[in-house]
Design a protein around this ligand. Sequence first.
Ligand code: MG
Length: 378
Amino acid sequence: MKNSRRSFLQTAAAAAGVTLIPTDTYSTLVNATPRALRDDRMKFTFRPYTIELKHPFTISVLSRTTTPVMLTEVEYSGIVGYGEASMPPYLGESHETATAFLSKVDLSKYENPFELETILSDIDALAPGNPAAKASVDIALHDLIGKILNKPWYDIWGFDKKKAPNTTFTIGIDKPDVVRQKVKEAVGFKILKVKLGRDNDKEMIETIRSLTDVPLTVDPNQGWKDKNYALDMAHWLKDRNVKYIEQPLPKEMVDDIAWLTERSPLPILADEGFQRLSDLRKIPGTYNGIVVKLMKSTGLREAHTMVMLARALDLKIMLGCMVETSCAVTAASHLSPMVNWADLDGNLLITNDVFDGMKVIDGKVTIPDRPGIGVIKL
Ligand code: MG
């Protein structure tokens, strides 16, 4: 069985487009067990977890202090891949919906994790929606495959980790004294993201500008309702060294967004207005770019395709995250060398992380040099 397992891994690695170099992990796996491969099936498990925020997080539509997540594991041949679903309540998923969805996931029927396209297509077809729950399976499978190959995903994809961008740190909507405190906590970040969209937009920016000159980005989360106000704000923000605007108007106002994009001195990016890969066809002519998040894209498989296709279409790309543990944030970080901007700070906003993973060093996304997605369970 040893030889058939080795040839299976070599075939699988070739299919994944990588050169398989016999490393310690690989040799250990090949020699680990005399069990026939057919009896060695993937085991999928999940558990609900609630992450606690350091500060109440306020955006244009709500304020909250916790976020429900699901932590997933796929075990195969003694190797464990980790995944996560982060489910901010306003997006509609919850511990209950994710439990119902993930209970339907049966990975034991597949030969091995390298059947990734088949497995993830099947999982996508189990039920509509549920993008975060789907991402939690996708991320765990990617972690597992990378660990079997003994390579980090940025390396499997052929990306140069030195090209990872700076990450923004997010300042939620608040009173000036709280905003000042948050800006002080963000020391070391080379770019800040400011939530706008209530009635104090200019006060938020002026408060931050009284303390720092670092470039800013803004995210009204669909909170502006008028295209003329949005255009005036775009000019006002450009004069204050703001780099781009995420989702200024409600996603349904497609004609107004296209009008704004044509005139705006700042790039206009689709976040709420862009979810899955199939939405990409609607972006050119309406927005200048997209916000990619694993919890919208159903994980790394679609997010990778989104990034490559958006680059081919000359669209700007911002790689974002939810409030989540270092598991999902670190998974996303492997795509960061290929994007214009990153907002990978979700793990920094919480008090009870359960993984060690990507770090922000000198303001820059720093991808760990570990196989798979590169997280260690704490
Ligand atoms: Mg956004």
